[in-house]
Design a protein around this ligand. Structure first.
Ligand SMILES: [Zn+2]
Length: 158
């Protein structure tokens, strides 16, 4: 199941990627609605949006689309979970920024990690595992941020 989200739902898109779902977005541009519809159609993605008019246009074109009702992220995730019967379980699978697959960093590639100023030296020395997005270069690890995510998931989705 693949999604495409409008720019109002960027946060939802990031969370869906965190749960391993291929969720693309688009950059700010002219005729965003047309671009979203084209991409949804050509890539076989489910369009998620809070724009009723856009959803109507999608359905008319035979594109699978879902109108997100809540403005609030936890509720949005619950809506999508219910609508598509998907599992909300965090996985190290996909870059939450650009939606590309991420992969484990090999010991020989630690230079890639060291070059990021947001990775602290202490982590490099503690044997932490790292993942990297080859497309945008973002580095991931299961630190405090990951713990917070797990707590949120436990609290709201399990
Ligand atoms: Zn990326």
């Amino acid at each position: 199941m693949k999604f495409i989200a409008d720019r109002m739902l960027e946060r939802l898109a990031r969370w869906l990627r965190l749960f391993g779902y291929d969720t693309s977005g688009i950059k700010k541009q002219e005729n965003e609605d047309d671009t979203l519809l084209e991409l949804a159609q050509s890539e076989g993605r489910i369009l998620v949006s809070r724009d009723e008019e856009l959803i109507r246009r999608a359905v008319k074109k035979g594109i699978r689309a879902y109108l997100v009702r809540s403005p609030e992220i936890i509720e949005q995730l619950r809506e999508v979970q219910k609508e598509f019967n998907i599992k909300l379980e965090p996985v190290m699978d996909r870059c939450s920024l650009c939606n590309s697959p991420i992969r484990k960093v090999e010991p020989s590639e630690m230079g890639l990690v060291r070059s990021k100023d947001y990775v602290y030296l202490a982590r490099l020395e503690s044997g932490t595992e790292f993942w990297i997005c080859d497309k945008c270069g973002q580095v991931y690890w299961q630190g405090k941020h990951w713990e917070n995510i797990m707590e949120t998931v436990k609290k709201y989705f399990q």
